[in-house]
Design a protein around this ligand. Structure first.
Ligand SMILES: Nc1ncnc2c1ncn2[C@@H]1O[C@H](COP(=O)(O)OP(=O)(O)OP(=O)(O)O)[C@@H](O)[C@H]1O
Ligand SMILES: [Mg+2]
Length: 765
């Protein structure tokens, strides 16, 4: 077979020239060629299930740009994670040279984002795309290509049904949209293709050979029967890493926890620096190291990382600032950093020069479950980061065995195993109620027949065999009736005969992207009291399963329990036991574990809102700047959702207090800084505090300030000082200042009352 040349593709000349020149790609890989033959550039639905590194994402890019240039339509690319969305958007921006406008949007589920009308390609997350479809943004009608990257996420409990809901909505809109779905790890491609009404491209071919093996006791056992004896340095990961470096490659290590990434990185760094392994360039690395320190919001975490970076090694996890993560990834790409030890943050979709991928642990801790083995799917994704085209001549993925019999076990269960089938989770009660409410509230279904039609366009329907069996279909209709009844009883829907419509409350949920189960908890909590303390509110907000919870350690258990007892009346959601039972010690610790972790999470968030420093939060809670960013976005969303619920339910006091708390939890500031942080760009909690302490307490103060007075404050330069004065003046001239005056002390539990034992929040623990 002769490879298809880029110059022969049915694409505009400018695009072909661009690919050849800018990307250096002249010929297509066989699976890519098959996608062309099956119509990826002719608007056909395509499911590409081909091995990692076969250029799936590239094909989707070309199809999108082609559609924009030749048909004048828009294209949307949906990915599973926010960080991936930003990365893809950055990659796609090179097409701006062809006049293609690229935008990225994530979060802020209550917005319709009309500004996106001005862009040709929109990169976003599944959740955000679902929320845009809920708002029925006008520009969606112009979308001609929809790319679902990493489509095996359909298997995910939460994200899967969101993908199915997106597809069902696109179908209900009757749009003539081409769907391109991509994944390297789908065990049942035919199933998914049938569901998507797509042609399937399936292949195991890989442009760069990938060898897989298991390491045990100084030996790598490859799946092809070969063996390699390497120098045993006593520590398996270290031995494998050093072996790679001495052979001129770089290594990417995956492990199962953040502390493990740090520990392994330190061991490797120590070895490289102490034994003078001659692969690093100290001068360049010390530059990277300073950049890391500079970019890290937490000095402690930054120093920990900067130290190993000097030896050419880094750890990488979601606790790090986004900027710090980019520095690490770029320096690894530039081959300054030789080793990166990561959690799953780098497991999918990325192109890095990793000659050898090492999987340190094939088990990880799942809260509430215990240690669990990784799915084959995840292993294959991690393994696929090794040997990327243009970066390495070959790749290796090595699992580590802890005993001799594990060699065989890993070979059988990972390397030679088939990836799992993707199974829909759409038809669980929770998912059905979430997505049916959304279908009705956003007008994709208005009667029971419409609702059924919506469900029948999901993968869950197909996989449940409902299309083939009348009896099953009747059962499903009854399930749907039950779910609709639940939504009616909850006050989210109204039903007259077979017509269904959302109530004001139901519409609010839909617009705020709040699921009915969580909304019910919120409403129950709000009804428990007329007003409560900041702890009571924050604890209510963190009831959403979206909020990552901090685990309570053994030694902390009693402190948090005491906190619960002290604040009993103010807590809107009570523990699963009575006060008497707790006071009399009639419980087992595990009965209270979950509850206390929501308390601990709330306490941490309140300390953040009380301006406790990033360093302190990292030291006390292991919460890094990257986590704070996630919490901040969640609070902005969920706290305002609860505030809106309260105001829709006519609970004014709740609504007022929640609104204040929302800003505090979002920006990590006390009340008096709210006006500064919400109005000014480039002013976060630290700078706002500095301004305030220097006497600049409102936007008006700043508008009237002498630039020199501000530029002399720590953390401000001339440029920033001028910029914020200009911003402040402009806001005032245009009457756009969001005014905020701190409120008086309130009833119903101020922080003082809440933490009466030892005074302030800070002193408490
Ligand atoms: N035909 C080609 N010739 C040379 N390089 C290519 C070709 N197609 C893609 N590439 C390059 O190969 C690399 C991998 O491509 P891409 O990221 O699209 O793979 P993928 O199949 O999406 O991988 P994954 O499953 O890991 O997400 C990229 O750097 C891309 O630019
Ligand atoms: Mg990809």
């Amino acid at each position: 077979m002769i490879d298809l040349r880029v110059s022969d593709l049915p694409l505009p000349d400018v695009l072909k020239e661009f690919i050849i020149k800018e990307r250096g790609i002249t010929e297509l890989y066989p699976p890519q060629e098959e996608a062309v033959r099956k119509g990826i550039f002719d608007g056909k639905n395509i499911l590409m299930c081909t091995t990692t590194a076969t250029g799936k994402t590239l094909m989707a890019e070309l199809a999108m740009v082609n559609a924009v240039l030749t048909r004048g339509v828009k294209a949307v690319m949906a990915v599973p994670l926010r960080a991936l969305a930003y990365e893809k958007a950055r990659d796609l921006r090179i097409y701006e040279k062809l006049g293609v406008r690229v935008a990225v949007t994530t979060g802020e589920y209550d917005k319709e984002d009309a500004w996106l009308t001005n862009y040709d390609i929109v990169v976003t997350t599944y959740e955000k795309l679902d929320s845009l479809l809920r708002h029925r943004a006008d520009w969606l009608r112009q979308v001609g290509v929809l790319v679902i990257d990493e489509v095996h996420y359909i298997n995910d409990d939460k994200r899967g049904p969101i993908i199915e809901s997106i597809i069902a909505k696109v179908r209900a809109l009757g749009l003539n949209t081409q769907i391109i779905a991509l994944s390297a790890t789908v065990g049942n491609a035919e199933d998914i293709a049938k569901y998507l009404e797509a042609e399937v491209v399936e292949s195991r071919w890989r442009p760069v050979p990938l060898r897989e093996g298991v390491y045990y006791d100084g030996v790598i056992y490859y799946s092809d029967g070969d063996r390699a004896v390497i120098k045993d340095l006593g520590n398996p990961v270290l031995s494998l890493v050093i072996d790679t470096l001495l052979n001129g490659g770089q290594a990417l290590v995956f492990t199962n926890s953040r502390p493990n990434t740090v520990k392994l990185a330190q061991q490797i760094a120590q070895y490289i620096c102490n034994y003078g392994v001659k692969v690093i360039e100290p001068r360049e690395l010390s530059r990277v190291s300073s950049a890391v320190l500079e970019a890290s919001q937490s000095r402690l975490l930054g120093e920990e990382l900067a130290k190993v970076v000097k030896c050419g090694v880094a750890f990488h996890h979601a606790g790090l600032d986004m900027d710090v993560r980019s520095i690490i990834e770029n320096s690894f790409r530039d081959r300054l950093l030789k080793v990166v030890v990561a959690t799953t943050t780098l497991a999918a979709g990325v192109n890095l020069p990793a000659r050898r991928v090492i999987i340190h642990e094939y088990r990880r801790y799942e809260p509430g479950v215990g240690m669990e083995e990784l799915p084959v799917m995840e292993y294959k994704q991690m393994a696929g980061r090794a040997g990327r085209p243009g970066l390495d001549p070959y790749g290796e993925a090595i699992l580590i065995a802890r005993g001799e019999d594990e060699v065989d076990y890993l070979m059988r269960n990972y390397i030679n195993a088939e990836v799992e089938e993707v199974r829909s989770k759409f038809l669980t009660d929770r998912n059905l109620s979430t997505h049916l409410l959304s279908a009705i509230a956003s007008g994709y279904a208005s009667d029971m027949e419409g609702v059924f039609r919506f469900v029948s366009s999901t993968l869950g329907y197909l996989q449940g065999g409902f299309d083939k069996n009348v009896i099953l279909r009747d059962l499903l209709r009854r399930r749907i009736e039950d779910v609709i009844n639940f939504l009616v009883e909850s006050g989210f829907l109204e039903r007259v005969d077979d017509r269904v419509a959302a109530t004001a409350l139901g519409s609010l949920l839909n617009n705020m992207y709040l699921d009915p189960y969580t909304a019910n908890i919120y409403i129950r909590g709000l009804r428990a009291r007329e007003e409560t303390s900041d702890l009571g509110y924050t604890h209510l907000i963190v009831q959403s399963p979206e909020v990552p919870r901090l685990r309570v350690r053994r030694g902390e258990f009693d402190d948090y329990l005491e906190l619960v007892l002290d604040n009993w009346d103010y807590l809107l959601i009570k523990p699963p036991l009575t006060k008497d039972e707790i006071e009399n010690g009639e419980y087992e610790e595990r009965e209270l574990e979950d509850y206390l972790s929501t308390i601990k999470t709330s306490v941490m968030l309140l300390e953040w809102a009380d301006e406790v420093s990033e360093d302190e939060l990292y030291r006390k809670y292991d919460v890094g700047p990257g986590d704070l960013r996630v919490y901040s976005d969640l609070m902005n969303w969920l706290a305002s959702a609860v505030a809106r619920l309260a105001s829709t339910l006519g609970m004014k006091k709740h609504a007022e207090r929640l609104e204040v708390l929302r800003w505090r939890l979002t920006y990590g500031v006390r009340e008096e800084l709210i006006e500064l942080v919400v109005n000014l760009e480039g002013v976060g909690r630290a700078r706002a505090r500095a301004l305030y302490n220097a006497g600049f307490r409102s936007i008006a103060d700043i508008a009237n300030a002498d630039p020199r007075a501000i530029s002399s404050i720590r953390g401000f330069g001339d440029k920033l000082a001028r910029s914020i004065i200009e911003q402040a003046r402009k806001l005032i001239n245009e009457g756009r200042v969001i005014r905020y005056e701190p409120t008086r002390k309130r009833e119903g539990g101020t922080d003082k009352q809440v933490f009466k034992k030892r005074g302030t929040l800070l002193d408490y623990l």
